[in-house]
Every structure is written in structure tokens, then in C-alpha cells.
Write a protein that binds this ligand. Sequence first.
Ligand code: ZN
Length: 57
Amino acid sequence: MCQQLPIDRIAVLSMYEVEGITSMPVPSRRCPACLERGQTVWVIPGKCCPECGTPVN
Ligand SMILES: [Zn+2]
């Protein structure tokens, strides 16, 4: 009988899934100026906030 539980397949799939998820999001920071105004604006470090133009490092 070759009835195996599909654990191996699931493990492999989730591994690739994690890889995809971790490589997708760009590391970003919240703009401190917008945060003071109660807005959460994510800015890529080294770029300027698209809302208020504050450089975020
Ligand atoms: Zn801002």
C-alpha cells in the first residue's frame, strides 16, 4: 500500500508559501509625522512619505 499522508506535500507547499510571503512585502516604516496625526502611512526607509513628504529612514 502506498497510502501516505500528504504531510510532505503540505510541508513543501507551506515552505514555498512562506518564502513567497516573506519576499513580497517591502520593509517599511510608519511615517512619524502622519502617525502624530493619527494616520498610519507606510514608507519605505530612505524614501519620503507620500502623504506629507517627510523623509523616513
Ligand atoms: Zn507622512
